[in-house]
Write a protein that binds this ligand. Structure first.
Ligand code: FAD
Length: 378
C-alpha cells in the first residue's frame, strides 16, 4: 500500500517509477489487515497530523479509484464499558478536537441509535465522522493501475531486491535483482516489515520489527455493524509497546457482507502459527460488544505482521547516511490509513516540491544503534 501510494504520487509529480516487489500486489502486510482509515485512535502529534492529511487525500482518491476499492466514509464509534473508561475517552477526544479531529460524545442510551445491535449496557462513547474504511489489497492494486495508466509506473512483480547499488561516493545508484541491475538515482524503501532488511542492504540500520495481528472474518451478513466500532481499550493497546498478547475488539461490517473482527497485537517475530487464544479472545470481546454475533459463524482468519518501529512512528524521508536512499516504512497498524500522506511527502521530496507538513519526527536516522530486537530510543 505504501509503495503503491509513493509510486502514484511520484508519477503525478512527473517522475518515472519502477515498483519492484518480490511477491504479488498486496502480498505483504497490506493483504493481511483491515483497511481502517482512522484518526480516532491517535494521540495528538505527528502521527495524527499525518492521518488528518491522509484522511483528506483518501477522500480525493475515492473519486479517482473505482467503487470496488470499497472506500466508505462510515465514521468510527468508540465505546466505553464504564464511567472510568468514558472519562479517558473524553480527555482524548478533547485533546484531539484541539488538533482538528471532529468528534461528538454519545450518551449510553444514544449508542443504539447509531448501532442498533450494540450491547445495551455500555456507558457511552464518541462518534468520529472522519474515520473511514477501504479494502486495502484492492486499493493498492488500483493505485498501481492508475500509476501504470499514467504511463509513468512500471510494475515488476516476483523480483526480490537483493542489493542496493552504490557509486564510489556511497550514493545510491539503483537496486539489484535476480533479473539484473536497475539503475535509478533514487531508491525508496517501502518494504514494510522487511524495511529493516532492505535498509541493511544499503548499509544502514533501521529497527523495523514485526508485530503480529490476527483478524477473524465472519460469514457474510446483512449490515449489522454500520460503523467501525471499538472499545476504549483499543487506543491503549495501539500505543503500547508491550510484547505480550493484547486483544481489544475492533468490529466492522464490509460492503461484501463479512464482519471483520480485529485485532490482536503481539511481538513473536515472524511466527505464523495460528493462535487459538488470540482468536478466542477476539470472538469473546466482539460478541460482548455485539451479542448478535454469538449466533454467527467465523469462516476464516488471517494474520499479518505490522511494521513496528520502537517509537510507533514511521520512517519517512531521505536517509542522510546514504544519499539517494529514502524510506517509507514502519507504519505499524496504520499503514493503509497513512499511505497517501506518506506517498505525497515522498513525491514532494523527490520532485523538490513544498512539504505538506513537518516531517522531522519521521527522520529515518533518529534511532541509536542497538543490537537487533532491542527496543531503541529516539
Ligand atoms: C491484523 C492487522 C490489521 C491491520 N489493520 C489495519 C487497519 O485497519 N488500518 C491500517 O491503516 N493499517 C492496518 N494494519 C497495518 C497495515 O496493514 C500496514 O501498516 C500496511 O499494510 C503496511 O504497508 P506497507 O506497504 O508498508 O507494507 P507491505 O504491505 O508489507 O508491503 C511491503 C512489500 O515489500 C515487499 N518486499 C519486502 N522485501 C522485499 C525485497 N527484498 N524485494 C522485493 N520486495 C520486497 C513485500 O513483498 C511486500 O509486498 C493492519 C495490520 C495487521 C497485521
Amino acid at each position: 500500500m505504501v509503495g503503491a501510494a509513493c509510486a502514484y504520487y511520484a508519477a503525478r509529480s512527473g517522475l518515472s517509477v519502477t515498483v519492484i516487489d518480490r511477491g504479488p500486489v498486496a502480498g505483504g502486510t497490506t493483504g493481511a489487515g483491515e483497511g481502517n482509515l482512522l484518526v480516532s485512535d491517535k494521540e495528538p502529534g505527528p502521527e495524527l497530523e499525518l492521518a488528518l492529511l491522509s484522511t483528506r487525500l483518501w477522500r480525493e482518491l475515492s473519486d479517482v479509484l473505482p467503487p470496488r476499492v470499497e472506500y466508505e466514509a462510515k465514521g468510527g464509534l468508540v465505546v466505553a464499558s464504564g464511567e472510568a473508561s468514558l472519562m479517558v475517552l473524553r480527555d482524548l477526544a478533547a485533546r484531539q478536537e484541539r488538533a482538528g479531529v471532529k468528534n461528538q460524545e454519545v450518551a449510553g442510551d444514544g449508542l443504539r441509535d447509531l448501532e442498533p445491535h450494540l450491547s445495551p449496557d455500555l456507558a457511552g462513547g464518541f462518534h468520529y465522522p472522519q474515520d473511514a474504511q477501504v479494502q486495502p489489497a484492492l486499493a493498492a492494486a488500483h493505485l498501481l493501475r492508475a500509476g501504470r495508466d499514467s504511463g509513468r509506473v512500471l510494475l515488476r512483480l516476483g523480483e526480490d531486491v537483493t542489493g542496493v547499488l552504490k557509486g564510489v561516493s556511497g550514493d545510491v545508484r539503483g537496486v539489484r535483482t535476480a533479473s539484473g541491475d536497475l539503475r535509478a538515482p533514487w531508491v525508496v524503501n517501502a518494504a514494510g516489515t522487511w524495511g529493516g532488511r532492505l535498509a541493511h542492504l544499503a548499509g544502514v540500520d533501521l529497527p523495523v520489527l514485526p508485530r503480529r495481528g490476527f483478524v477473524l472474518v465472519t460469514e457474510p451478513l446483512p449490515r449489522v455493524v454500520r460503523h467501525k466500532v471499538y472499545t476504549a481499550d483499543y487506543v491503549a493497546d495501539v500505543a503500547s509497546g508491550s510484547a505480550a498478547l493484547q486483544t481489544s475488539a475492533v468490529v466492522e461490517g464490509t460492503p461484501a457482507g463479512p464482519v471483520l473482527i480485529g485485532a490482536s497485537r503481539e511481538r513473536v517475530g515472524f511466527d505464523r502459527t495460528l493462535s487459538v487464544e488470540a482468536l478466542r479472545r477476539l470472538a469473546a470481546q466482539a460478541t460482548r460488544l455485539f451479542p448478535v454475533l454469538s449466533r454467527v459463524r467465523a469462516i476464516r482468519t488471517y494474520a499479518g505482521f505490522r511494521p513496528y518501529l520502537p517509537d510507533h512512528l514511521p520512517a519517512i524521508g531521505p536517509d542522510p547516511r546514504v544519499p539517494g536512499l529514502l524510506h517509507a516504512c514502519g507504519h505499524e497498524g496504520a499503514g493503509i490509513g497513512l499511505a497517501p500522506a506518506t506517498g505525497m511527502i515522498i513525491a514532494r521530496i523527490l520532485s523538490g516540491g513544498e512539504l505538506p507538513m513537518d516531517v522531522a519526527p519521521f527522520r529515518p536516522d533518529r534511532f541509536k544503534q542497538a543490537s537487533p530486537g532491542t527496543p531503541r530510543t529516539p
